[in-house]
Structures are given as C-alpha cells and as structure tokens.
Design a protein around this ligand. Structure first.
Ligand code: CA
Length: 246
C-alpha cells in the first residue's frame, strides 16, 4: 500500500514526539507510528523533549517515565504548566506499571498510559484514540455551539438552553453533557465517564457520575422518571440518545 493511499486528503501528517532514552524501544515506537502515517520526532531525554516542544509543539507526545535528567513526570508537569501546551495529549509509557505510577502519571497530567512490555499495536491504538479525543475537543471549540431540537449549548459562554430557556449547570455537569453530545449512542461505563470527564481527578467515586446524570436528567428530560435522552444501560453504564431531542 502506498503512503498516498493511507493518507487520503488529510493535509499535513500529525506529528508525534517520542521521548525515550532506550534507543531500541524508541526505534520500535517510531517504526510502528510511521507505518501508520505519522511524522515522528525523537528525544532521548526530558530536557531534549522540552526544547523540541518549545520550538514546535507536536500533536501528541509519547513519554517514557524513566528518563535521565528530567524524569518523565517532571516533563509532564512542565508541559501542563505552559499555556501553549496545556492541552497537548500525553501518553505515558511506564516500566513499572504499578498503581502508584499510573495514578501519579494521570495526576501529573498524562492522558493515558501503556505498561512495558507493550504491544506496538496497543500503543498505536491508544495514540489514535487520544488524537481523536483531542480532535473532538478542538472541533467543538471551533463550532462554538451545539443545537439539536430542544437543546442548545453555547461552548464559549457555557450557557445551556432547553426549549429556549436557560438552565443552570455546574461546570462538571456541563462537561458531562458536552461529552455525551460529542459521543452519542455509544455506551460508557461510569469508570470511562470518570476518566473522560473528570480526568486527572482519579479519586472521585463512580457514584458521582450517577449524581451528575440525575441532575442533567432533571434539567433535560421531558420526564426525568422516564429518561429518553440519557439512558441507563443496566449493569453497564449510560448512553446518550440525541434523537430524543427532536
Ligand atoms: Ca527509559
């Protein structure tokens, strides 16, 4: 298959920065990402990574936690502290894979992680998923608003209208609604919703999701005792059904 076939009218290739001091692993990651049509840059240390990012931010960073010089977690924290790179998707690679590492990584602002030894296929799948998520966020910001049937959301002012009347949502309720709107029809577990909407705040209980869903239903459903918009999928999670808005 030629490269032209793999990249149909996608414009410039997405750029991934791979930060890893072990050259074998760096090469392996590069090879697999390039096979998928990504442009890959490499850095062998945390300081090199930070320099490269400063020059030109990549679309995503794959970051090993065990690095000479600035450790991966420190790189993570510094990237998040800069306004220009605050939203840069970060996939961490950890050799330890302990709960502590995972939680620390997510707390320091990583978006997802893989544990060594990982399969290249898994790594590529996670890179793609993160880019999709980042793309969806970008689109909704560009779009500025969402409108369907009874519901209108203004992403710039964080205002939500149902049947033309403005409703008051807490920030996290707003973010949960935004997530549902951007990911219709698929079923999400409470844990997935926590990951996607609450993100780094990993110590929130899954029940919190139920509380927020209940509040959204009170505002959005015609009859919140018989929800049609945010559906409960028994013993799995929730599904957003935008057709109920029409
Ligand atoms: Ca390493």
């Amino acid at each position: 298959m030629s490269l032209a076939q793999e990249q149909p009218e996608r414009g410039p290739r997405q750029k991934i920065l791979v930060v890893e001091d072990e050259s074998d692993i760096r090469e392996l990651i590069r090879y697999n990402l390039e096979q998928e049509g990504f442009a890959v840059e490499e850095a062998a240390s945390g300081s090199e990574a930070l320099e490269r990012i400063k020059r030109r931010a990549p679309d995503l960073m794959v970051l090993d936690l065990m690095l000479p010089g600035a450790p991966g977690l420190e790189v993570c924290r510094m990237v998040r502290a800069e306004k220009a790179t605050r939203a840069l998707p970060i996939l961490i690679v950890t050799a330890k894979g302990t709960e502590v590492d995972r939680v620390l990584g997510l707390e320091m602002g990583a978006d997802d992680y893989v544990v060594k030894p990982f399969s290249p296929r898994e790594l590529v799948a996670r890179v793609k998923a993160l880019l999709r998520r980042a793309g969806a966020r970008g689109e909704s910001q560009r779009a500025g608003s969402y409108e369907r049937g009874r519901l209108r959301i203004d992403y710039d002012t964080y205002q939500v209208f149902v049947d033309g009347k403005r409703i008051d949502l807490a920030l996290r309720e707003f973010e949960l609604l935004r997530f549902f709107v951007e990911h219709p029809l698929r079923v999400y577990t409470r844990e997935q919703l926590l990951d996607m909407v609450w993100g780094r705040d990993t110590f929130v209980e899954p029940r919190t999701v139920d509380v927020h869903v209940r509040r959204l239903r009170q505002h959005l459903e015609r009859d919140d005792a018989r929800p049609e918009l945010i559906l409960t999928v028994r013993s799995v999670g929730y599904r957003f059904n935008p057709e109920a808005l029409d």
